[in-house]
Ligand binder design. Structure first.
Ligand code: SDX
Length: 376
């Protein structure tokens, strides 16, 4: 039986496996995908290039990137039966629940992609290509917008905005979303990726693994934080109220969403980049309200609690500047992270080991069995 000294609650600091995909230096605040620093990728790459990097272990050549881009564009159309199923979901459903159900259902129409092994890469492309279509199908219907057109001509970032807002985004908007998707693509063994790997480690299929991951990402301690950051900003309203609102939450031992991280002990490098995009886009749109509130919130939370911002602090302010509703923020996180999830599933299939930690039993033992007629 495991001793109490062995218990690492939340598996904190437990090294569960070896991976080539992502390295996080929590002390220096560095993030690396397959050898490349996230700052270089955010500055010089596109989301499609990063997806290729995660799946194939190298940055694509020009022809390889064109091939991937056209394959993703061609895969955007949903199976008609799936589109009809989404149309019958309750209009007030949580979009993360819609995503979880639709991802799971999509596997029913692609049985060949549900076999564990390297050919599951075609399922990775299909899931990546269709997630914006799933969200667009649901959101357009609940808003009474015209039906989605495939638009293979648009980049992934531009198509995501088109799918949700029924308009082709500007150049700066497209680049801001592209960088946001790059920053959210992978993050080592975060909770949702670990959920995907646990599922894959049983030799279950890619669609089941991604369904597990979507369920995990929904939680406010993980992917659901960005939405709650904007809710908090709506409570704070003006920078001079930030200290009072933060204090009232801390005295109730409530978490301030968008701050703190299990691994980073300094600023999350993704927050650094998103802070700049929040400012840049806010200036371009003449609306720095959220950006200024967030800067003040950062100052107060660091002074009161010594915490740094994580990836979720500024991402919502970028989405809000596009006019994207808050309940689509976490689904956008999933639109990007599906590349990391599927890359980890493929890596698990390559060198499979059933993931099965232990629990320290703290219950009683050797109780005498009492027949039901004698129980009180
Ligand atoms: C993501 O793992 C990943 O990589 C995730 C992610 C990814 O890319 O996949 O980076 C994405 O999930 C980012 C995190 C988004 N979540 C939030 O912003 C929610 C708010 N953050 C916290 O819930 C918290 O910081 C966690 C969950 C992110 C990490 O928490 P830990 O490592 O379990 O730390 P803890 O809860 O044990 O807290 C340690 C101390 C506590 O103080 P004491 O009670 O011991 O005095 O720090 C405090 C906590 O109270 N603390 C916070 C806080 N985060 C930690 N206090 C107030 N607000 C916070 N946000």
């Amino acid at each position: 039986m495991a001793s109490s000294a062995d218990v690492q609650r939340g598996l904190q600091d437990v090294v569960a496996l070896e991976s080539r995909l992502c390295f996080i230096d929590g002390k220096l605040g560095r993030l690396i995908y397959q050898g490349y620093d996230i700052r270089d990728l955010a500055e010089r790459s596109t989301f499609e290039e990063v997806a290729y990097l995660l799946w194939y272990g190298k940055l694509p050549t020009g022809p390889e990137l064109s091939d991937l881009t056209s394959r993703l564009g061609a895969l955007r159309t949903l199976p008609p039966a799936l589109a009809e199923m989404i149309d019958r979901f309750p209009a007030d459903a949580n979009p993360m629940d819609v995503l979880r159900c639709a991802v799971s259902a999509l596997g029913l129409y692609e049985p060949a992609e549900t076999q564990p092994g390297p050919h599951a890469i075609s399922g990775a492309l299909r899931l990546t290509a269709t997630m914006p279509s799933i969200l667009g199908q649901f959101h357009r219907r609940r808003k009474g917008l015209p039906p989605l057109k495939p638009r293979p001509d648009l980049s992934h970032a531009a198509y995501l905005i088109y799918a949700l807002l029924d308009r082709v985004p500007t150049g700066p908007e497209t680049r801001a979303m592209d960088v946001d998707l790059i920053l959210h693509a992978d993050h080592e063994l975060n909770a949702s990726t670990f959920a995907a790997r646990v599922t894959a480690s049983t030799l279950s299929d890619l669609y089941s693994a991604v369904t597990s991951a979507v369920g995990a990402l929904k939680g406010p301690l993980h992917g659901g934080a960005a939405e709650r950051v904007v809710d908090l900003l709506q409570v704070i309203r003006t920078p001079d109220r930030a200290a009072e609102v933060v204090h009232s939450k801390l005295v109730r031992h409530e978490r301030i969403m968008g701050f703190g991280h299990r691994v980073y002990k300094v600023e999350d490098p993704r927050a650094t980049i998103l802070r700049e995009w929040s400012r840049r886009l806010g200036e371009a749109k003449g609306d720095l309200h959220y950006y200024e509130l967030l800067r003040k919130l950062e100052e107060v939370v660091h002074r009161e609690k010594g915490l740094y911002p994580n990836v979720d602090l500024y991402s919502g302010s970028v989405y809000a500047l596009f006019g994207i509703p808050t309940d689509l923020f976490t689904p956008i996180f999933a639109v990007s992270r599906v590349t990391g999830w599927t890359a980890h599933v493929l890596e698990e299939y390559e060198d499979l080991r059933l993931i099965r930690p232990m629990a320290k039993y703290v219950g009683t033992v050797d109780l005498p069995y009492v027949p039901i007629g004698q129980r009180t």
